[in-house]
Design a protein around this ligand. Structure first.
Ligand code: DLL
Length: 435
């Protein structure tokens, strides 16, 4: 039985959804053009006026908005409502450059929490659940978004924030949490700690997890599901679009339904900007058609993705996006070869390693080097040196087959790679230090 938060919207016919999007887009373009000089300039430069946008068919006429625009307009330059109507602020966790600051009106908050409520209900959540929110609270959108969604659904909400893992587990057991919301890497860490504390998944009452904010592979999903005894659901979003809840996974676990009544998605060729047909791989672009304070028209996310309208067994008609395959700016180019960290993660978990690894890229004598540090589990650690060398050689072979380049693999002692309570750091690219 599929669960819906808003059946009318989630199962709306394509025709009706397009009509709704058409109306909302036309109004949004007018709102933005009239209230944000920065947008007006961008549109004027491209020779487009609100009169040119009569429906979603005209979307391609609008200019793109990029992260560089957000930086240039920082902090108030893209605000479309007076500050007196804004009630909340969130910001990216990025450590380089200027932060992205997103603003919300009361209505923006309400719609955002509604999107998160859809995700919780799709994961089987009801008012009878105890929802433990272990995303960071504060400027990061994860804690606030899922917290708001959980309140909407009427779950008993446990606002744990991230960190203090043993205490997370203690609360989880004492209060019998049934839903866990956090990053996948933190979920894996919680699973590992549960085991170390001498418990098994049977000792906790969790049934579902809502995990996102960073790329994670199918292999990682199965690992987490096993270690916590749950079904793990993906959730996607970015600060610029309000936060989590742009899209969410249903019980089919084959991609995330995009909340199309609030966001129009496009896939473009990242090099040319050309809109690509459904099913093509490219950069995900979002237009927010209901956001009041901080609307985005054709915002380039840099996330690489595929969209599909294939029928979903859950009954939802909302378009689906695949798991983002990493950001275009996360992609490493090593000796001319495109490498996504997720490709390495897949191999490691398939070969029986825990998802604790660190990729180091450097350049020596003008040649790129790729070192992969992989942590051994306690059981694997008891192997002899010869066994470990054999394992390293096997991993090198397996990774070479997938990437086409030769890495150096270092199997390291248990607990030597830092765990993550938020977004995991998987890559250190030392080449940037030389440039
Ligand atoms: O990570 C919002 C969020 C919070 C999403 C909690 C889901 C759960 P930012 O910090 O602005 O916002 O980072 C946004 O994270 O462009 C993607 O590259 C990545 N990302 C987010 N969700 C996923 C996911 C939050 N499910 C950036 N899979 C996005 C892969 C994801 N990558």
């Amino acid at each position: 039985m599929a669960n819906y938060w808003n059946r009318e919207i989630e199962c709306m016919s394509r025709e009706d959804m397009k009509k709704l999007q058409d109306e909302r887009l036309v109004a949004q373009v007018k709102h933005v053009y009239e209230n944000v000089p920065y947008y007006k300039n961008l549109m004027d430069e491209k020779g487009v006026t609100p009169d040119d946008i009569k429906s979603t068919d005209d979307l391609h006429k609008l200019p793109f908005l990029t992260k560089a625009d957000l930086r240039e307009a920082y902090p108030y330059g893209l605000l479309a409502k007076p500050l007196s109507e804004c009630t909340e602020i969130h910001s990216t966790s990025g450590t380089t450059g200027k932060r992205v600051v997103a603003f919300y009106t009361k209505n923006d908050i309400d719609l955002w929490h509604d999107c998160c409520a859809r995700a919780i209900v799709a994961a089987g959540g009801t008012k009878d659940d105890v929802c433990q929110v272990a995303y960071g609270y504060g400027l990061f959108t994860g804690g606030a978004g899922l917290d708001g969604g959980s309140h909407k659904v009427g779950c008993l909400t446990l606002p744990m924030s991230s960190g203090n893992t043993e205490r997370q587990i203690q609360f989880m057991m004492d209060l019998e949490s049934t839903i866990l919301c956090c990053t996948p890497s933190y979920a894996a860490y919680i699973g590992e700690t549960l085991k170390e504390m001498g418990y098994t998944p049977d000792d906790i009452k969790l049934k579902a997890g809502i995990f996102g904010a960073e790329p994670w592979t199918e292999e990682m999903r199965r690992e987490i599901e096993k270690s916590l005894g749950i079904k793990a659901y993906d959730i996607y979003g970015l600060t610029e679009t309000s936060g989590p809840g742009v899209s969410f996974e249903c019980s089919e676990q084959t991609g995330m339904h995009i909340n199309e009544d609030h966001f129009i998605a496009e896939i473009i060729d990242p090099d040319t900007g050309e809109v690509l047909p459904e099913g093509s791989k490219g950069e995900l672009v979002f237009t927010s058609i209901t956001k009041e304070a901080f609307p985005l028209l054709r915002y380039r996310t840099r996330d690489i993705c595929v969209l599909t309208r294939e029928k979903c067994s859950c009954g939802r008609t909302l378009i689906k996006m695949c798991k983002p395959m990493g950001r275009s700016d996360d992609m490493l180019i090593i000796r001319g070869v495109n490498v996504f960290p997720s490709q390495i993660e897949t191999v490691l978990i398939e070969q029986g390693y825990a998802p604790n690894y660190l990729i180091e890229v450097d350049r020596k004598n003008n040649v790129d080097t790729l070192d992969i540090n992989v942590e051994l589990t306690e059981e694997q650690f008891s192997d002899t040196v010869k066994d470990i060398q054999k394992k390293e050689a096997e991993l090198v072979e397996a990774i070479k087959t997938i990437l086409g380049i030769n890495p150096k693999v270092h199997l390291v002692s248990p607990k030597t790679i830092a765990r993550s309570e938020g977004k995991a750091v998987r890559v250190i690219d030392k080449r940037k230090l030389h440039d």
